[in-house]
Design a protein around this ligand. Structure first.
Ligand SMILES: *Cc1c(COP(=O)(O)O)cnc(C)c1O
Length: 401
């Protein structure tokens, strides 16, 4: 590739831009993961990590992708042939379902049009029909990264309670964690699945399970084979700040710094910032005359916006033109929306001017690629971002450098 000056714009919805502070934290000598300094260090990191999940329970950190953390959630709690209820909100829900089926679980997949979130009333009616409690777990994706649709986890919890059903609730919060309000304890989630490379602003390589007491109890009886993912060995070692095998030491340095950044900004400010940048993005999309894939405004994702290109145009050609001309990566359409949508990631370490640059790249790209649109999307976003009352939620000044 020819020389490119300036920064690449990585506007896919994960991996996200890694802030300089995190890069510097990772760029340190790897320490002995069995030595006393490491134990003390890890205890502090794991303790603060709980704040992001809003839990008092243990959070396990694997050296893995998010897919590993999906597998860990299932193999620690379930037995071969167990029935699991899943909702096909998009590509990631479909991938989790495929993984569950390959593990030998009996998945009931509720279909969807990929433009809506999980319907809580559907959860309730499916569980009420299951009088013998054959369903052992309900698994949902909080923020469906392929569609830009967010689901109401609290409503799903209420639905399970209304049905008086004992199924475990497992939530993939991979692309929402640390970008959107999430409450593992308050929402009665049994296993929360997360990973490092999205809202946590880290490179890929850490997978997380937050585990409730009920999930821990289930793990004592669960019979799916597991070794690498075994919670018990992790929890026993983590209690003293250690791991049963070599952890991703330098990524844990990065996590330590990312947690500092999130807690300095304040989680509520982080969430408000994501909401605001998402709203500005949607205003740009509407001004262009393009369609947002998510149909229900209550389910708009604060993390990314999936945009439909007009019939007869290829979203991947548009993305290729934007990469070639403006050195910006946008998210591709996944699964059945391939070629039909492109995704603008607006999460992680991100601010008004980065969004303005991103939207400018999209608007110029629409022109370059000959995709029919109206001008003025960037202006609509700038008008929103610069309006007086919007500045209240802007990132507060740092207390110290
Ligand atoms: C990115 C993502 C995953 C997959 O994570 P990997 O690290 O690629 O294994 C799963 N679920 C959701 C919602 C995601 O956004």
């Amino acid at each position: 590739m020819s020389f490119r000056s300036g920064r690449h714009f990585l506007q896919i919805p994960g991996p996200t831009n890694v802030p300089d502070r995190v890069l510097r934290a990772i760029d340190r000598a790897t320490m002995d993961h069995r030595g006393p300094d490491f134990g003390r260090f890890t205890l502090g990191v794991l303790e603060r990590l709980k704040k992001v999940f809003k839990t008092e329970s243990a959070v396990i950190a694997y050296p893995s992708s998010g897919t590993g953390a999906w597998e860990a959630a299932l193999v620690n709690t379930l037995s071969p042939g167990d029935k699991v209820l899943m909702f096909e909100t998009g590509h990631f829900a479909a991938l989790w379902q495929g993984l569950a089926s390959r593990l030998g679980l009996d998945v009931v997949m509720v279909p969807s049009d990929w433009r809506h979130g999980v319907a809580a009333d559907e959860v309730e009616s499916r569980l009420k029909e299951d009088k013998r409690h054959a369903i052992k777990a309900v698994c949902i994706v909080h923020n469906e990264t392929s569609t830009g649709v967010i689901s109401d986890v609290a409503a799903v919890r209420r639905a399970i309670d209304l049905a008086r059903h004992p199924a475990l609730l497992m939530v993939d919060t991979i692309s929402s964690l640390a970008s959107v309000d999430y409450r593992h304890d308050e929402w009665g989630v049994d296993v929360t699945v997360g990973c490092s490379q999205k809202g946590l602003m880290l490179p890929p390589g850490l997978g997380f399970n937050a585990v409730s007491d009920k999930a821990l109890a289930a793990s004592k009886k669960a019979e799916l084979p597991r070794a690498y993912w075994e919670w018990q060995a992790m929890l026993a070692n983590n209690a003293n700040g250690f791991f049963p095998y070599t952890p991703a030491t330098n990524l844990l340095y990065g996590l330590d710094e990312a947690l500092d950044m999130l807690l300095e900004e304040g989680l509520d400010n982080v969430f408000a910032r994501h909401n605001r940048l998402a709203e500005a993005t949607r205003r740009a999309v509407r001004a262009w005359g393009l369609e947002i894939l998510c149909l229900n405004p209550k389910e708009y994702s604060p993390v990314l916006t999936a945009v439909l290109v007009p019939d007869g145009h290829d979203a991947d050609k548009l993305r290729a033109a934007i990469l070639d001309r403006f050195d910006m990566s946008l998210g591709t359409g996944l699964g059945k929306v391939k070629g039909k949508v492109f995704r603008i990631g607006h999460l992680g370490d991100f601010n008004d001017l980065m969004l303005a640059g991103t939207l400018a790249g999209v608007e110029m790209g629409l022109e370059v690629a000959g995709v029919p649109h109206r001008r003025g999307g960037v202006q609509a976003a700038l008008d929103y971002l610069s309006a007086g009352d919007q500045t209240k939620t802007a990132r507060p000044a740092r207390a110290s450098a």
